[in-house]
Design a protein. Structure first.
Length: 132
């Protein structure tokens, strides 16, 4: 049980050990021609997709999230692209697959473990800035 007040601050890299791309890897995937075609098939206009990818690619930002913070006109297409790319990584089995060394989720779960009635007494808060 976690008895000391604890706050975890997570970014995109927190999910890396479980197969999710980093923020930068996600940016590279959003710029791929294949995702452009998927966005068009999903109903986005080809010109909008091209402008989104061009603006993102020339923005100098290291993540799609950082880009969208300053370019709200691309928020809808950007969020859609992120979801489109991340859904295939949503694999519950990855959380329970054992690796050569335990991941940090395993460690955290071990620290939280207690009986069912006492679980809510853990003194843990989590702040996440991404899709973790």
């Amino acid at each position: 049980m976690i008895q000391t007040q604890t706050v975890l601050i997570l970014g995109a890299g927190a999910s890396g050990p479980y197969g999710f791309p980093s923020g930068y890897e996600l940016l590279i995937r959003v710029l791929d021609l294949g995702i452009a075609n998927q966005l068009i098939r999903a109903g986005f206009e080809a010109g909008e997709v091209k402008q989104f990818q061009y603006s993102l690619g020339h923005s100098g930002t290291l993540s799609v999230d950082a880009f969208l913070e300053h370019r709200p006109e691309f928020l809808r297409i950007g969020k859609f692209a992120i979801a489109l790319l991340l859904i295939p990584f949503e694999d519950e089995a990855r959380l329970f697959t054992k690796y050569s060394s335990p991941g940090w989720y395993d460690y955290l779960f071990g620290q939280l473990s207690t009986d069912f009635d006492s679980f809510g007494a853990n003194r843990l808060s989590i702040i996440t800035f991404n899709y973790d």
